[in-house]
Design a protein around this ligand. Sequence first.
Ligand SMILES: [Zn+2]
Length: 462
Amino acid sequence: MTEVLAQPAPVDLLLTAGTVITMNQAGDVFQDGAVAVRGDRIAAVGPRMEVARCCQARQTLAYPQDIILPGLINAHTHAAMTCFRGLADDLPLETWLNDHIFPAERLICRDLVYWGTRLAIAEMILSGTTTFCDMYLFADAVAQAAREIGMRAVVGEVLYDFPSTNYGEPANGLKFTETLLRTWQDDPLIQVAVQPHAVYTCSPDLLQRCGDLAQRYEARLIIHLAETQKEVADCQKRYGATPVGHLYNLGLLTDRLLADHGVVLSPADQELLAAQGVGVVHCPESNMKLASGVAPVVALLQLGVPVALGTDGCASNNNLDMLQEMDTAAKLHKVFHLDPTVLPATSVLALATRHGAQVLNLQDRLGSLEPGKQADIVVINGDQPHLLPLYNPYSQLVYAAGGGDVRTVLIAGRLVLQDRRLLTMDVAEAMARVNEYAQRLGTFACQENGSEARRLQKAGGR
Ligand SMILES: [Zn+2]
């Protein structure tokens, strides 16, 4: 990992730690390790003595008890839904969506998305996420919030057949997305994806136009796919195919496609995803909370499908903590298969790092700590009662650590969190602004809840 140089090369920052997990192909872990950063990239990784010998560091941060790992990649979010955290829980999916989330989303404006996203980014950085892939309205505000803070993001405007609060008539959605694609084309931190919502909200024509646009700009095509049994049954009835089969028939099932959720997949669907090189984002906590089911992640991985990990939005999780999400993912599949050997901690950390980079087509820049890759780095405070002793750093991260244990974070070589202080944003301001919106949304939700209670009462009385 380290280069042998005659003269020590100057680097901007040297991070040293008790343990460095690289997540490279070889699975290298260095005890008493170090990472050297030059500009936005990793210059060297390896044993501390070797890295220190080859690097002349302008600044050194030493974390002798801590664990360094690659920045986590949250591959599916609706970041601004932090504004809806806890607004409506413990309800059937249809009621939750139609009576609570969709009505609340009618109040959405660009400003709400901007502040909701800023709050989400604070939460994500504080829990070790350095890249998020977001689908929402006003995606330009999501990109702006991320860029201002120095967060890495893949953003996309949610597209469907009905009018949007942002772009108005459906026909404008693709134009809006194309403008986004052009605006952010060469940005080092922000990428734009084409994001049709789902097969039940998008006509075949819209889906195909989305596919064409994504191809023209060499962008990712991202969609919620096979999330519930109802979605699959409705798709069968309407198009005579499963959602996966439907996209295959439309010529959209390619390695450009990223499928969020992938819960209800037949064996034939799974093989088709594998054969076509489609990536899947697993969102276990959202699937559990909305009782959607258990995605066949173990089978997908066996078939060679790249599976990443996502939290989904805050209305269905209700946090953006990827360390917690890893813990849930590992345990969910063990109990589901009644087999403690499935999805071991090393594999789960790969979902949140290497695989995340792969499904976003950023594997040449992200997902592991290797020379030449972007310096997106997380330091976990290992000097705490619940993180001692340290036998296996993967186990410690997946089963014992939580987002609150993140000490320091770098994105593209820039310190964005140091000793739990956010350096590139005013978090108090974001909290205050979201609370202001929440007061208005809360009043609105109370009225909605009242009518929902009356409706349920009526239904119960029948
Ligand atoms: Zn989602």
